[in-house]
Design a protein around this ligand. Structure first.
Ligand code: NIG
Ligand code: FE
Length: 411
């Protein structure tokens, strides 16, 4: 892309170290002792200080004094809109019950469904806003939010409207995902095909008509939906021109990722039980593997996602919080960076790519965000650190010095 001439620049960061996170780059795509210019909310120029053009008086110059700039962080898998919480199930698990046992005895996702149906739109908004604040304060400028705790048309629409409204409350771009096929609601206890019918023939058409979903997701799992049901949802979404993604291979290997690859899916998420052929299929389809260390940690999973196989097959890896009341009640992207390295043994470069360029790709927004390059949105996080690995290494002291969205300083 052509760089924009310096006379139209609005803001220029000087004396910066930049982790551009460009897809092709290794080592964070680092540019040291550099400058970055913004015009019209986009990145207009970046390069070494030695080649910075002469600036006119109208340009706001921000001396970064050697701090680091990265793309604004992207959390590409969350369920932050929900009613109630599941602290009681946390206690049950501490007494020995498993996540699956709790789900099978009427707890789990279905118990959050009850609370979410009962909550008003304003109540859902208020509780989700606190979670969004927590993520935004850590540098998040783009975020995905799933429905899936309504499991009836009205509540699913209510959740998606709340997700949309959250994007107007804070300077965070929200991608909305319809996850009607998250669990079986009690009304359909003995009729899972009947529920999938409702999802495909009533919910998806209405959600599409109202423009409330950027993607459609399915929980493909023993305690979720089988392969045939998952495919039916993928077909319905595709007929409405909506991209798909899947929660797959979290607790067992049903082949959800391979199926998703045939439907040009954006991503497959969780993946602890992913097979070699699943990884190959994802690679062939250019899908992103979204890894969720918070759920791995909170459920005390011991089977690691096959990171080395993903690497060998050149599958791009993203990292997300999966923030939700059941398997990952953790609203922190910085903690995910740390966990991706400590629990999954990913490199800090891979972890940071997981919340920038690869997360953008998982959401299909990589033409706009996730990298610092000319023409991309000026969504930029400024960090008071000496080297990028610090973002993964230390947790608990927030190194975020400033945050910019579309070139405007927002914190
Ligand atoms: O991503 N796997 C399915 N869905 C969520 C869990 C939701 C819940 O337990 O409430 C997940 O882990
Ligand atoms: Fe999830």
């Amino acid at each position: 892309m052509q760089s924009v001439l310096s006379h139209s620049w609005q803001t220029v960061f000087i004396n910066a170290n930049i982790a551009t996170m460009t897809q092709a780059a290794t080592s964070y795509g680092t540019l040291e002792n550099a400058a970055l210019a913004i015009a019209d909310g986009k990145i207009a120029w970046l390069g070494h200080m030695s080649v910075l053009p002469t600036l006119n008086d109208a340009v706001e110059v921000v001396d970064v004094h050697g701090m680091w700039l990265t793309p604004g962080l992207i959390d590409c898998h969350t369920h932050i809109v929900y009613g109630g919480n599941r602290a009681n199930e946390f206690e049950m698990r501490l007494q020995g019950a498993s996540y699956e046992e709790i789900a099978e005895s009427g707890g789990g996702i279905v118990s959050t469904v009850k609370a979410t149906r009962a909550a008003s739109e304003d109540e859902l908004y208020a509780s989700a806003l606190k979670r969004l604040h927590a993520l935004h304060n850590e540098g998040v400028t783009s975020l995905e939010i799933k429905s899936g705790y309504g499991l009836d048309l009205d509540t699913e629409l209510k959740m998606l409207r709340v997700a949309k409204r959250l994007g107007q409350a804070l300077p965070v771009s929200i991608e909305k995902t319809f996850l009607g096929a998250h669990a079986l609601p009690i009304e359909y206890q003995d009729d899972s095909d009947g529920y999938i019918d409702l999802v495909c023939n009533t919910m998806i058409p209405e959600v599409a008509k109202q423009g409330l979903a950027d993607a459609v997701d399915v929980f493909c799992e023993g305690i979720g939906f089988n392969i045939e049901q998952t495919e039916a949802v993928f077909k319905a979404a595709s007929e409405h021109g909506i991209r798909v993604k899947v929660h797959a291979e979290q607790l067992s290997d049903l082949g959800g990722s391979e199926l998703a690859a045939r439907y040009n899916a954006l991503s497959s998420d969780h993946l602890e039980y992913l097979s070699k052929s699943g990884a190959k299929a994802m690679s062939g389809a250019g899908m992103v593997a979204v890894l969720l260390p918070g759920a791995f940690y909170f459920l005390r999973e011991t089977k690691l996602p096959p990171i080395q196989t993903l690497r060998e097959n050149n599958v791009r890896m993203a990292i997300a919080s999966d923030a939700n009341p059941g398997s990952s009640p953790i609203n922190s992207i910085q903690l995910m960076l740390n966990m991706a390295c400590t629990l999954f043994r990913m490199t800090p470069n891979e972890a940071l790519a997981g919340v920038t360029c690869n997360a953008a790709r998982a959401l299909g927004i990589d033409d706009k965000v996730g990298e610092l390059a000319i023409g991309m949105n000026a969504d930029i996080a400024m960090w008071d650190i000496k080297q990028p690995a610090e973002l993964c290494y230390q947790y608990g002291v927030n190194p975020l010095a400033a945050l910019y969205k579309y070139g405007q300083k927002v914190s």
